[in-house]
Design a protein around this ligand. Structure first.
Ligand SMILES: [Zn+2]
Length: 540
């Protein structure tokens, strides 16, 4: 032990953080110590060190924490467009896990066309200039490494390209041969280093995937000991049966399971997270490995198309746009919408193509009023005209529910946001502020008085969910992914009205021993790498 990391005592190490309050990510009691970094790794962690370093920083009155590990992001494509990942490193994130909610472009079945799948994941596709040059997950991860991001990047295997590429975009179940192909591609992608499988059963065509398919894929994930992350079928009126489905698949296959962004949507459903967490507790008591994650906000963000009934999403987004020109179809959707859990005054348009900028930042109810129209018709027209490119921020959630979820022993913090650059193509529109403020917001407003536990939920706990035991903790020998916080100044400044704003109080961020953010400014360094889940039985 220690050989690669021990160093000659005469050697001057790269960097020493002097006198900070070290919160090591494991939940252990904070203690004042110096932290030394050399050749990308932590080489010492002790009080009053006599070591000399090329660079010494006085971090007294600061918290020295592992960099945050964000296991639920949609930065799949923006990391290629904006590899400096400014919105994420500014909040202290050093590892970004993409491919969530089933959305992503890896793996694509060999030879399958990219464009229809890309259209189906419009939510994360903000820069048409990004070239999709891969089919395999290994090649996607190689493209990320070539882009030299400022953060480390790991990836879930996304269910949508698998299902969409093999079965198609329509309302049809997978046949036996198609299931075999999907399972083979999934297994290959997990072998390529994917941290698990993610699904998004609210998104077409995944809403058409049957439980047989979910069980087959979960069995592959279980064999690999990887994680199955679920954007549930429904977070509104049918939250409980949706949680039950994930837990049923976990119980049948033994698959490690993550319930993504657990929330109950719509005032009439407030409180349902308590029952959902009871179900999770019971599954855990039965020995299943089930976790949940959440971002510290009472609004979500998604494509407007997510409001459509499943039948209306059949066949891919162009087909949906064509369908919405038929008066009979519109009538049928209006009837389905009579009993929606969210009102049009709770839904804000936050991103639209350039032709409709005046609507951005307004509720659908307010747009309808000024057009002398109805909310239903405004929404249907936007979906007809812009398809998957119309995005919303949806309110109608409970602060009490949010606190209940974030306090649960199995809960970790994850942004559900994207790496964005306010000065680039990805800096347009009004993205959900979580892309800029998630972790500072959690630590400054939701952490309570147990700082060590709050930091654990941002670091080692999420890293462990995705099988990365060497991330999210500060210890001698581990990679030096470090975030230094000034708790007195820590504040998320990004708001729904002005989301492209960096937080305050994140003083220093280091990835692999290189300083990426100093005094709140990006240094231009891009030391991130693609992280691959270690193969079973291999030394990590
Ligand atoms: Zn999701």
């Amino acid at each position: 032990m220690g050989q690669p990391f021990s160093h000659d005592r005469m050697h001057v190490i790269d960097l020493l953080l002097r006198g900070g309050l070290v919160v090591d990510g494991t939940g252990a009691r904070p203690r004042v110590a110096d932290v030394g970094v050399d050749r990308g790794r932590v080489v010492l962690q002790e009080p009053g060190s006599t070591e000399s370093a090329l660079v010494e920083l006085d971090v007294r009155d600061r918290v020295v924490s592992p960099g945050f590990v964000d296991i639920h992001t949609h930065s799949d494509l923006t990391l290629l467009s904006a590899p400096s990942a400014r919105s994420k490193v500014a909040q202290g994130v050093t590892t970004e896990v993409v491919g969530n909610c089933g959305l992503g472009l890896a793996p694509l079945p060999p030879g399958s066309p990219v464009d229809p799948i890309r259209a189906a994941v419009g939510y994360l596709d903000l820069d048409p200039g990004v070239q999709v040059s891969w089919h395999r997950l290994a090649d996607y991860l190689a493209a990320v490494a070539t882009a030299r991001p400022s953060v480390n990047v790991a990836a879930f295997v996304a269910h949508l390209p698998l299902h969409g590429g093999v079965v198609g975009l329509g309302d049809q179940p997978a046949g036996a041969a198609e299931l075999d192909v999907m399972c083979g591609l999934l297994d290959e992608a997990l072998g390529d280093g994917g941290v698990g499988l993610s699904t998004g059963l609210a998104y077409a065509p995944l809403c058409f995937a049957d439980e047989r398919e979910l069980l087959a894929l979960a069995s592959v994930v279980a064999r690999r000991g990887a994680l199955f992350a679920w954007h549930l079928r429904d977070y509104g009126d049918r939250l409980i049966p949706s949680v039950e489905q994930a837990l049923r698949v976990a119980a049948t296959t033994g698959c490690r399971t993550q319930i993504s962004h657990l929330v109950s949507v719509g005032r009439r459903n407030w409180g349902a997270v308590v029952e959902a967490l009871d179900l999770v507790d019971r599954a855990r008591a039965d020995g299943l490995d089930v976790g949940v994650d959440m971002y510290p906000y009472t609004a979500g963000s998604a494509p407007l198309s997510q409001l459509l009934p499943e039948w209306a999403q059949d066949g891919g987004i162009e087909e949906v746009q064509r369908r919405l020109r038929q008066p009979a179809v519109r009538d049928r959707i209006r009837s389905a919408w009579v009993d929606r859990p969210l009102g049009w005054d709770e839904i804000v348009l936050n991103w639209l193509p350039e032709s409709a900028p005046t609507m951005v930042g307004r509720t659908i109810a307010s747009v309808a009023e000024s057009l002398g129209s109805t909310g239903d018709d405004v929404a249907l027209d936007l979906l007809r005209d812009y398809g998957g490119a119309a995005l919303m921020v949806a309110y109608g959630r409970s602060e009490d529910d949010l606190r209940t979820v974030l306090r649960h022993p199995a809960a970790v913090v994850a942004s559900d946001g994207l790496a964005l650059d306010p000065d680039g193509v990805t800096g347009t529109g009004l993205p959900h502020p979580r892309s800029y403020g998630c972790f500072p917001r959690f630590l400054s407003r939701y952490a309570g008085d147990d700082l060590a536990d709050a930091i654990r939920r941002c670091t080692s706990a999420p890293a462990d969910r995705v099988g990365m035991a060497d991330r999210g903790r500060l210890a001698v020998g581990l990679p030096a992914d470090i975030t230094v916080l000034d708790l007195a100044r820590l504040d998320d400044l990004a708001t729904y009205e002005r989301p492209h704003a960096y937080p305050s109080g994140v003083d220093l961020v280091m990835v692999a021993g290189e300083v990426v953010v100093q005094a709140g400014e990006h240094t231009g360094a891009r030391p991130g790498t693609a992280l691959r889940r270690p193969r079973e039985g291999a030394q990590s």
